[in-house]
Design a protein around this ligand. Structure first.
Ligand code: NDP
Length: 449
């Protein structure tokens, strides 16, 4: 009889936990996963998936407006928020079912209960004691809000997907992925939208050209984007909410969304008592193989606060499964991770910002192009597209590609492969464009700026 009930017990059936469970089971491990909420975690239920569906909903505004330039005449248009929510909920319920089937088909035991670590090999799960040779923490993260007076009137991204009604006016606090994406979504859906960011320019960490370019495009679309805007208090007033800023200005809105970062969800699962070291943000401290300070306890995804993206959590989960059950130490590769901000217009990016590239690589060449997409010659839209390549001068290697413009995420995904392969600028130049596309600009930029 085996020494433990399971070879691997995973806490959290989000993107990372589910993949780690399935791959481990496929490698012959006896695996259980505990989940106390909906299967699929933040990405499926309150993150990437419903957000992208909202982005598609928002996109129709442009499509309707642009159609006239191509000869279409559309009748009156109306938008029903309740229809979008209901259809989104139906799709998510379908995905929850798919996640369940994937686990069951892989032979993983799914336990729908809260799990708490007791010691290095024991968990209490829904009142039952269970032992495992290895425990994997894949509990993700949750929104964090600052302690501003009246913060109880604000919602987070956890609630925004279930808003009963589309507000007439919204204030969005934060300058990261979530705030910027929702500013675009609400504005396009006809909501008077103000985005408030505390610093001088939002999207800190992204390339400076990308940040300022997106800011001006969002403003041109009509988003009231305010920088150096510190919220001092929120109060309920007749007919809405009043936001008071540190500069004494006030703003009224019907709803306030706080998107001021996320913190690892690691506090109520017994980790500290079991001796698992956490950092000051609550993230599980892990080594290069994602192993915690307790050798039988591992952690992946947002719970480790490395790069908080779904594909990264999935990758880390696969790596832990291989390390444990394929007999090959497999550290996750956190280099060259592409990402997109599904703003209006979207950002696609892979590799460091220009400022970071100078620090990392010293001598670099920068290629930059802005242009008006062919489609907009007939729509009349003044919007421009930004593309930027950063090249290490010594090796000629392209180390970063940044874009703001239609389909930026789709385009950068392909170029991320080239960068992963170590493509040089000369190889970019030797690649023929697909004409007419926007993406061809990435292989036709000849002169550094
Ligand atoms: P981010 O960490 O991206 O941004 C948080 C923002 O809130 C920053 O602008 C930050 O400002 C600001 N902020 C932090 N604390 C305060 C405060 N006390 N008062 C006012 N502003 C504050 O977090 P998000 O919540 O937007 O997203 C969480 C994570 O989820 C992201 O980091 C990303 O990894 C992931 N995500 C990815 C998406 C994608 O891939 N498309 C989409 C959505 C989320 P400052 O810069 O000054 O610190």
């Amino acid at each position: 009889m085996a020494e433990f009930d399971y070879d691997l017990f995973v806490i959290g059936a989000g993107s990372g936990g589910v993949r780690a469970s399935r791959v481990s089971a496929a490698l012959g491990a006896r695996v259980a996963v505990a989940e106390e909420s909906a299967l699929g975690g933040t990405c499926v239920n309150r993150g990437c998936v419903p957000k992208k569906l909202f982005v598609h909903a928002a996109q129709f505004r442009d499509d309707f407006e642009d159609a006239a330039g191509f000869g279409w005449s559309l009748g009156s248009r109306s938008f029903y928020w309740s229809t979008l929510i209901a259809n989104k909920d139906r799709e998510i319920a379908r995905l929850n079912g798919i996640y369940r089937d994937l686990l069951i088909d892989a032979g993983v035991d799914l336990i729908e209960a809260h799990a708490r670590v007791q010691d290095a090999h024991t968990l209490e799960v829904g009142g039952r004691m269970i032992t495992a040779a290895h425990i994997l923490i894949a509990t993700g993260s949750e929104p964090s809000m600052p302690n501003v007076p009246g913060i109880e009137f604000a919602m987070t991204s956890d609630q925004v997907f279930q808003l009963a009604e589309l507000p007439r006016r919204i204030a969005i606090v934060g300058g990261g992925y979530i705030a910027t994406e929702f500013a675009g979504i609400f504005h396009a859906l006809g909501v008077t939208t103000t985005q408030l960011y505390r610093g001088p320019l939002f999207l800190r960490g992204f390339d400076d050209d990308v940040r300022s370019f997106l800011a001006s495009e969002m403003r041109a679309r009509g988003v009231d984007l305010r920088f150096a805007a510190d919220v001092e208090s929120i109060e309920k007033v007749a007919g809405g909410l009043r936001v008071r800023l540190a500069n004494d200005s006030v703003l009224e809105a019907d709803a306030i969304l706080y998107a001021t970062g996320r913190i690892p969800r690691t506090r109520s699962i017994g980790l500290e008592q079991a001796g698992v070291a956490l950092d000051e943000t609550g993230a599980v401290r892990v080594d290069r193989l994602s192993r915690s300070s307790v050798p039988s306890i591992w952690a992946i995804g947002d719970a480790t606060h490395r790069i908080n993206l779904t594909p990264v959590a999935i990758h880390e989960g696969i790596c832990v499964a291989k390390t444990l059950f394929a007999g090959v130490d497999t550290p996750p590769d956190h280099t060259g991770v592409p990402s997109a901000v599904f703003s209006q217009p979207p950002i696609g990016t892979v590799g460091p910002s220009e400022a970071a590239a100078r620090d990392l690589y010293g001598e670099i060449d920068v290629y930059r192009s802005t242009f008006r997409a062919l489609k907009d010659t007939l729509t009349g839209r003044e919007e421009r597209t930004l593309m930027k390549l950063i090249v290490e001068r010594a090796s000629g290697r392209v180390i970063a590609a940044h874009m703001v413009g239609a389909e930026a995420g789709e385009i950068i995904q392909g170029f991320a492969v080239a960068l992963k392969c170590g493509a040089t600028k000369a190889q970019f130049d030797a690649t023929l464009g697909i004409h007419p596309t926007s993406a061809e600009e990435f292989v036709t930029m000849r002169d550094p700026v």
